[in-house]
Design a protein. Structure first.
Length: 430
């Protein structure tokens, strides 16, 4: 913690000065306009918040602190967390200190397991995961210090403290949920010699004679870490945190957003789509069968899961990183082959249909097929994996927002009647 804390402490005064100067000198400069379509359309494209951890460019994809995600695919998730927070990759000593710090905080309180074990056995794993985060709120340093009168300039350091506590414990909690939910047997103790991602893989208990499953988990944790500030889970976390609810409340809220089928649950739906196809055609379908299957799905009023994006207009570079991993590790796997064939065929189908603005695959189109290859076949669990990784970005964004004193989120909503009269006034004026 020391080095990450010191690094942030050294950076924050300049960040505050820059923000204050921008607001003072250019506070009235218009950066976005909103039309009625956007007001009814999920505020798509409206520039109304600041997020420095990462940017999603329609034509580049995820860029973390100026580095395209494809160039970070071989980095450890802990390095990515440091990068998200500070804008710099850690040197060897800073990485070691952060890893040691996370190990020292990894012990999960017994009451968390008691709560999880008391939940109905058919609870969704993401509900269990979000509950575990929320129940640990009793230990929040942010809330404790706030109630003691903590000064506003100090908010970030207790947000960092809570974030590190959370991040350290999440792999153990998530792996415990997997063992419990799938009735795979007892929880597997953490191995303190392993890095964060590999330890998570180890605690899941998936046989890994080649070490490639651990590699997949590191890659998975790195690729899903952040996707700028306006996506459902990040925005939910941001909004709850902006009320100065502590990081446990805010991250748990973000996880609930991840549960939606249009967001984090999409990876589960994607694998379903692929497995349905495999079952129907008793293996890898021909190109024509695949094309017809996709059209049938569209005509029945369903989306093709894993394709399209609210921002991206290219093949998601995270899809590409997973595709390269699969092509190296399991090129002949049936499920992976179907995913690769869908990638050849579905973009043209979607273009022909002409509705989706982005006919290209997003990360969810492929991640499940790789997990499935290694025997992690319980796809209702996949969103939890996403949630472990995404906690890195949520926490980094929270820490920075508390450092900058970002105020409570409160966009102005308008009524349909107001829009109607405004639209009509425009018509009269024209
Ligand atoms: N298949 C079929 N139709 C699609 C489509 C797809 N994959 N993607 C978009 N469309 C349709 C939309 O449903 C919409 O139709 P209507 O006008 O009839 O409502 C139309 O094309 C325009 O939509 P859009 O502007 O291109 O897309 P949105 O920004 O509204 O939505 C989504 C983006 C990701 C939600 C959308 O592309 C989708 O539903 N994709 C499938 C689900 C999915 O892969 N979700 C994961 C996204 C990544 C993520 O956040 N992961 O957490």
């Amino acid at each position: 913690m020391a080095k990450l804390y010191e690094k942030l402490a050294s950076q924050i005064p300049a960040l505050r000065t820059e923000m204050q100067a921008l607001v003072k000198e250019h506070g009235n400069k218009v950066i976005s306009e909103v039309n009625i379509g956007q007001a009814f359309g999920g505020m798509r494209g409206v520039k109304g918040m600041v997020c420095d951890t990462s940017v999603v460019d329609p034509d580049t994809g995820l860029v973390i602190r100026g580095i395209p995600i494809g160039q970070l695919a071989n980095r450890l998730p802990e390095e990515i967390f440091y990068l998200l927070c500070t804008g710099e990759l850690p040197d060897a000593a800073s990485l070691r200190t952060l890893q040691e710090d996370l190990r020292n905080r990894a012990q999960v309180p017994a009451y968390v397991w008691d709560v999880l074990e008391a939940m109905p056995k058919d609870s969704h794993p993401l509900t269990m995961y979000s509950t575990a985060i929320l129940v640990m709120e009793r230990d929040s340093e942010f809330r404790r210090r706030y109630s003691e009168g903590m000064r506003k300039e100090e908010y970030w350091d207790s947000a960092l403290e809570d974030s590190l506590q959370l991040i350290a414990k999440l792999p153990t909690i998530a792996a415990g949920i997997y063992r419990m939910h799938t009735r795979k047997g007892n929880r597997i103790p953490s191995n303190p010699k392993l890095d964060w991602g590999a330890d998570y893989a180890h605690m899941l208990g998936i046989p890994d004679p080649t070490g490639e499953f651990a590699n997949l988990m590191r890659l998975y944790m790195t690729l899903h870490c952040d996707h700028e500030g306006g996506n459902v889970s990040a925005f939910a976390c941001h909004t709850v945190g902006s009320a100065l609810s502590d990081p446990y409340y805010a991250v748990s809220a973000g996880m609930n957003g991840l549960a939606g089928p249009l967001h984090g649950l999409a990876n589960q739906e994607c694998l379903n789509f692929v497995l349905e196809m495999r079952e129907k055609f008793h293996g890898v379908p021909s190109d024509e069968q695949l094309r017809q299957f996709s059209w049938d799905r569209l005509k029945s009023g369903h989306v093709i899961p894993g394709y399209g994006h609210a921002v991206l207009r290219i093949t998601d570079p995270r899809f590409t990183a997973f595709h390269e991993f699969g092509a190296r590790v399991c090129p002949k796997d049936e499920v992976f082959s179907i995913v690769a064939n869908i990638f050849r065929i579905v973009p043209d189908v979607l273009k022909e249909q002409g509705k989706a603005k982005d006919p290209w695959p997003n990360v969810d189109a492929i991640s499940g097929s790789l997990l499935y290859h290694f025997g992690l076949t319980e796809f209702e669990y996949y969103t939890v994996l996403f949630g472990v990784s995404r906690a890195l970005g949520m926490c980094a964004q929270l820490i920075i927002n508390r450092a900058l004193g970002t105020p409570i989120t409160r966009p102005k909503s308008i009524s349909t009647a107001w829009l109607r009269s405004t639209a009509n006034a425009g018509r009269t004026a024209a």
